[in-house]
Design a protein around this ligand. Structure first.
Ligand SMILES: O=C[C@H](O)COP(=O)(O)O
Length: 252
């Protein structure tokens, strides 16, 4: 039985004050940690206060990126070791916005995934196709290749600890959601790739999330699908009320 994950990705939104207000609004919520893993991935600057506030609560605090080296002369970067030291538990790796605007490649995604796991962080590895690739009928090939590259060299145990987020690029922030059946079909293809490359146990244990315009109105249907184990949520995670509705839906 895979525990569903609702991971909010705040992207480059919210000041420290706004993050603290969000926390005040969610902190009293009843979250059954047996039934759902609730994560908030915030900008780096907001992490110290969020980690401190969320300590001992049902919420996990995640980052949105990290460098693959533990330390070094990499101006402006933050390492997995630094995140771990702070008390961060999750980290998004290879979001399509980072692949598109910051030149992240399958190789860097693989290196960062390994580095995150070595630090004991839970990587949320993002994969997904562009509209052009979808229209060309290449979705499953593109996504399976991204998954194979990201997971290259991982042990079975490391695969199980890693979360995959399938996010079709054309559905991110656009209001266009993949149908639940289409999303499930790609998530199923991801699980088959994991099965081929890392074995049945790892494939069955790995959580695969859908992301792309997820909101309270569509989460229920997505969660009924066999291979969708939760959601990576951008816009709808910025408001405490809608974020909590998503968490609530996953713990039903
Ligand atoms: O990481 C989250 C995704 O990019 C989805 O963003 P969205 O929910 O605003 O479409």
């Amino acid at each position: 039985m895979r525990k569903p994950v609702i991971a909010g990705n705040w992207k480059m939104f919210k000041t420290v004050g706004e993050a603290n207000s969000f926390w005040e609004a969610v902190s009293g919520a009843t979250v059954d940690t047996e039934k759902v893993e609730a994560v908030i991935c915030a900008p780096y600057l907001q992490l110290p206060s969020l980690v401190q506030s969320a300590s001992g609560s049902a919420f996990h605090i995640g980052a949105q990126n990290m460098h693959e080296e533990q330390e070094g002369a990499f101006t402006g970067e933050i390492s997995g070791a630094m995140l771990k030291d702070l008390g961060v538990t999750h980290v998004i790796i290879g979001h399509s916005e980072r692949r598109q605007y910051f030149n992240e490649t399958d190789d860097s995604v693989n290196a960062k995934t390994k580095a995150a796991l070595e630090q004991g962080l839970t990587p949320i590895v993002c994969v997904g196709e562009s509209l052009e690739q979808r229209e060309a009928g290449d979705t499953e090939t593109i996504v399976s290749n991204q998954v194979a590259a990201a997971f290259e060299g991982l042990t079975e145990e490391q695969v199980e600890k890693t979360i995959v987020a399938y996010e079709p690029i054309w559905a991110i922030g656009t209001g266009k959601t993949a149908t639940a059946d289409d999303a499930n079909q790609v998530c199923q293809a991801i699980r088959e790739t994991l099965l081929d490359l890392h074995g049945e146990e790892a494939a069955n244990a790995t959580r695969i999330l859908y992301g792309g315009s997820v909101k309270p109105a569509n989460i229920d249907e997505l969660l009924t699908k066999e291979d969708i184990d939760g959601a990576l949520v951008g816009g709808a995670s910025l408001e405490a009320e809608s974020y909590l509705q998503l968490v609530e839906a996953a713990q039903k």
